[in-house]
Design a protein around this ligand. Sequence first.
Ligand SMILES: [Zn+2]
Length: 309
Amino acid sequence: MTRIFTGIDCLAHDAGYGFPESPARLERILGGFDSSWDVAEVSEHPQLMEVLETVHEPRYLEIFRRAVERGDGLLGSSDNPLTKETWKAATSAASAALSAADWAAEGNGQAFTAVRPPGHHAESKLAMGFCYLNNTAAAVEHLIRSHGFERIAVYDFDVHHGNGTQEIFYKRADVLFTSTHQWPFYPGTGSATETGRGPGEGKTLNVPLPAGTGDRDFLSAIRDSIVPALARHEPDVLVVSAGFDAWRDDPMGGMRLSETAFAEIGVLLRELADRVCSGRLLSVLEGGYDLDALSRLVRSYLRGSEQTA
Ligand SMILES: [Zn+2]
């Protein structure tokens, strides 16, 4: 069984006409879930700030919050515009990720967070690439700190490298970060030589793929490199940064995945989660900018990753 989690204020942040990371993305996704889907709309999670302060430097959180209060137009760069609602929307997305983590931790089946703004480019003290707070990293920390899990494995299949999630866990042995992404490409990180540091050495796995990569090579990379690495980490929970911009018509990416490929990715991750972590699977929405296809791609992925048992 799959439960979808969204935050009550995720639609509030609107950077204006023509900005690719728009409320319409989430409106389309939520609009695609008919009454046969289980969708939960959540408000602020009680542990939100405590968890965010482990993922981000408290000073960064303060700078972000104050910039919104002051009415600043940007946080760092033009990729991160601010409105009066940006803090509210970003914390709402992170809250939904924590609630989804609670649900997945209890072994109820798969949880999917339909949230925005996305999170995987946000580093511990830096907003980047439409991302302000790292929702995936917050879910991971919550699983470890509040639920007592010892090892978490993350797989990021967004077309862009999840530099933020990588940076946050780069020196950690308990969190494996793996990613397939177009490379060289934005944000510039994600080479195969980035493998972690100190206790985290060997706990980062990047599988960069060239522009134009299609279903066969993308799925082979998951099957041959990502899945075995995720399994070797013996995670308690599998956490997925699910971006849908490797889709062939996505305006922000240069890969060529079909709709079926997203279902296949779901099947591979479901099989893995059933095999190594009692089916505990949590997916967090990242990118995906083709408004006409996004909802179909998400549903295709979710059908693939439905609990089989
Ligand atoms: Zn992306």
